[in-house]
Design a protein around this ligand. Sequence first.
Ligand SMILES: C[S@@+](CC[C@H](N)C(=O)[O-])C[C@H]1O[C@@H](n2cnc3c(N)ncnc32)[C@H](O)[C@@H]1O
Length: 227
Amino acid sequence: MAEIRNHDFDNLYWVTLKDGNVRLATKNADPGKKVYTERLVTEKGVEYRTFDPYKSKLGAAIFNKMQNFPFKENSKILYLGAASGTTVSHVSDIVGDKGVIYSIEFSARSLRDLITLAERRKNILPIHADARFPEEYSMIVPQVDIVYEDVAQPSQAEILITNVKTYLKDGGYFFLAVKSRSIDSVKDPQIIYKEVLDKIESYGLTVLETVNLESHEKDHIMIVGKK
Ligand SMILES: C[S@@+](CC[C@H](N)C(=O)[O-])C[C@H]1O[C@@H](n2cnc3c(N)ncnc32)[C@H](O)[C@@H]1O
């Protein structure tokens, strides 16, 4: 028998597996189906999916005690760099039927997997577009509660700023998974993080916290802030 405890954040759980290991988890909105290599655990008729912090930077940030977690039932999210939907699938579990994840991805290959996922999970809207050009999806994406970015591009900060400017509600939250090696492979990551933070703040956005993801992803941090 597994033991389930509520996490402090909405719709997140701690699952103690039979072997005593504790895993982060979400309730599976598509029971019986896995999305990646997560484990499915059923307790009292409810199925949970373990949320692997080695496969998701959002999972790693939660694991590393991120303080802000605005994702909840009904949230509308613009997700930049959705890939095949590993993290998107957990966000889909969290936001429920009335939430929407506008999921931007420019790789046609990843998008195919994302479309297959979205056929089963109606709150995921896959959009084939380049996040550097937010006007490409202006006909589809409304004002959202959260902008989440994980694109591993040299222009990560600029992509965040242009998308936040166009789509984030005032008072909305943004998340930026910074991969320092995508910006500069030789420069000290600490200098790169500082440059990214300065760019974001010089645009008038408020940084609430930075979470070091080093334990799970080399040379990565998560920046969390508010418009
Ligand atoms: C690190 S992966 C994202 C992993 C995903 N966020 C997850 O946790 O499941 C980065 C993704 O961003 C996509 N990407 C990179 N640059 C992009 C851009 N300018 N516009 C849209 N997608 C982009 C890549 O194709 C890749 O799938």
